[in-house]
Design a protein around this ligand. Structure first.
Ligand code: ADP
Ligand code: ADP
Length: 224
């Protein structure tokens, strides 16, 4: 079953009088449970594609279906709800709240969804155990290494057991040892929980982790 279907996607950014054609008629399908790598040169439209399929931005034209829902028809409010319920995000710069501890950062989402303090604690500790950070519950982000911060961010993305994880170059700021640890973790979560993972990468070494690579060039997918 396709969890994501994209047809004839265009995204034009207006910069003053200049139009930047970031996506140029791209069509892709992603199946449930796939660990997919999105690869291609800088400026080819990878981030723009991820923004569209993860509902952070709307395309200029084209069709996107996620889990059978034509998401273009949803209002902004419905899209926000859809994202909270179904998606987890991991970014290049971790994007943790600097004033909050590890546990508090991970608890934010279950709290927003109305879970009790006790449930939040349990859910956070469980997932922080999976990423190997159970001993760092009360640490602030600045007291953690980059690799540890990214593992907190992954725990935060996973805590509500979303159907799909979107990751935009999650290892870009990490050394090779920590990058491997993050990719091993994604692979483990993908295999154990069957979550779909869509990850942007420009590292050829990452290819072995992916079930499939979607190659993007000039805002279009390259058939391989
Ligand atoms: P990639 O992630 O592959 O590096 P992007 O999706 O970030 O590519 O960018 C694709 C093209 O769109 C680039 O030419 C980039 O400069 C342009 N672009 C991306 N975001 C914006 C924006 N917010 N406003 C204007 N142009 C943008
Ligand atoms: P990536 O590292 O994924 O390629 P970029 O560095 O291209 O990301 O873009 C980072 C941010 O800047 C994104 O939010 C993107 O939309 C925005 N951006 C990229 N290119 C432009 C541009 N030419 N004008 C305005 N914003 C841009």
């Amino acid at each position: 079953m396709n969890v994501i279907s994209v047809r004839d996607l265009f995204r034009v950014y207006r910069l003053g009088t200049v139009d930047v054609h970031a996506l140029n008629g791209l069509s892709i399908d992603i199946e449930k449970g796939e660990f997919v790598g999105i690869m291609g040169p800088s400026g080819s439209g990878k981030s723009t594609l991820l923004y569209q399929i993860s509902l952070l931005d709307r395309p200029s034209s084209g069709f996107i279906s996620v889990q059978g829902t034509d998401v273009g028809r949803l209002s902004d409010r419905q899209r926000t709800k859809f994202r909270l319920k179904h998606f987890g995000y991991v970014f290049q710069d971790y994007a943790l709240v600097p004033e909050l501890t590890t546990e508090e950062n991970v608890s934010l989402l279950p709290m927003a969804l109305g879970k009790s303090d006790e449930e939040c604690h349990e859910m956070s500790v469980d997932i922080l155990d999976v990423v190997g950070l159970k001993e760092r519950l009360s640490h602030l982000p600045r007291e953690l290494s980059g690799g540890e911060q990214q593992r907190v961010a992954i725990a935060r993305a996973m805590v509500n057991q979303p159907d799909i994880i979107f990751a935009d170059e999650p290892c870009a700021n990490l050394d090779s040892v920590n990058s491997k640890r993050i990719l091993d973790l994604f692979k483990q979560l993908n295999q154990e929980n069957g979550q779909t993972i869509v990850m942007i990468s420009h590292e050829d070494e990452d290819i072995e982790y992916f079930d499939r690579v979607i190659q993007i060039f000039d805002g279009k997918n390259v058939e391989n």
